[in-house]
Design a protein. Structure first.
Length: 314
């Protein structure tokens, strides 16, 4: 007969309650120790294998030598104290880990790279931080198609203007990007050689804007030359309030698509901005996509009402 969870009183102070033979003391289980918080118990087993009795036996003090027993209040106090220490330890570890994660982006290149990869359009890095990015892997098709001496990189952060001036030619830079048709590369190279600029742009960490304020580019540059390399997906990360200026060149391909390229005066870092800049309304800011929805909806409603009225009159 096995009684693993019952708490039994020994009838004669040390013999099996089933067969009366002596008992042998065993190690307590985790559940036994939890029960001991409320009542002092030990686990015993009968020495007779044919009996097989095993169970918990309460430790009631007997005789003159009575062991000191913890009161309910004392046990509860010990439990609360242990829980408080455990919570305090876990809180200290959590605060330490959080402090390291907050401080790491400003000092650790590993943290900067992780932020750059996870947030491609908004780099959560300290203003003014400059990073040379990483080289394109050899399996990238742009590496195989690169016909220039420039090395190809990705995910640069442009935070220090003039730190790494471009050393190649305009034609080499535009060819290395593989973003422009050959006729556009040739035309813009000639314009840059003769100084035939389309306009000038003002560069900040929030936008790249034409001097007249009518055209706007995002501060994420598709391709920008640094030293003897061309870096794709470069983020402008100037300190707040810092502004640089650049010459703007534009040329059309055979299909009439216009491409824009800027060359900053501080470093000559040839930069492909992509297609023609977005037009800015007189208010000076680009409309958000959410603001286009009411306009499109209203125009659609007017067109539907006009068609309906025409159908009724006819």
């Amino acid at each position: 007969m096995s009684m693993p969870n019952a708490v039994t009183r020994l009838p004669d102070g040390g013999h099996c309650p089933a067969c009366g033979l002596p008992l042998v003391r065993l190690h307590r289980h985790a559940l036994d120790r939890w029960i001991s918080v409320f009542r002092s118990v030990h686990r015993y087993r009968c020495t007779d294998a044919s009996c097989g009795w095993e169970g918990l036996v309460g430790r009631e003090p007997t005789g003159l030598h009575q062991p000191a027993a913890l009161t309910w209040f004392s046990r509860l106090a010990w439990m609360l104290g242990g829980a408080s220490l455990a919570v305090a330890g876990m809180t200290a570890v959590w605060l330490s880990q959080r402090g390291r994660q907050v401080a790491r982006p400003a000092t650790s290149p590993t943290a900067v790279s992780a932020a750059r990869d996870s947030v491609a359009e908004q780099f959560q890095v300290a203003a003014g931080l400059h990073d040379d990015g990483s080289a394109l892997v050899q399996i990238d098709p742009r590496v195989a198609k690169n016909a220039t001496p420039l090395t190809l990189r990705r995910d640069c952060i442009w935070g220090v203007p003039g730190r790494t001036p471009y050393r190649g030619t305009v034609e080499q830079a535009l060819t290395a990007t593989q973003l422009l048709p050959p006729e556009v590369v040739q035309r813009i190279s000639q314009m840059a050689e003769h100084g035939w600029t389309k306009d000038r742009v003002q560069i900040s960490r929030t936008a790249i804007r034409s001097i007249d304020g009518r055209h706007l580019f995002r501060p994420e540059i598709p391709a920008m030359g640094f030293g003897n390399s061309m870096c794709f997906d470069t983020k402008v990360n100037f300190p707040p309030g810092h502004v640089e200026y650049a010459a703007l060149y534009e040329a059309e391909d055979r299909a009439g698509k216009t491409y824009s390229v800027m060359v900053p005066f501080v470093c000559n870092n040839v930069s492909v901005l992509g297609v023609r800049a977005e037009s800015v309304p007189p208010g000076g800011q680009l409309p958000e996509p959410s603001s286009w929805v009411p306009v499109v909806t209203a125009l659609g409603a007017l067109a539907w009402l006009r068609r309906r009225s025409t159908g009724v009159t006819s």
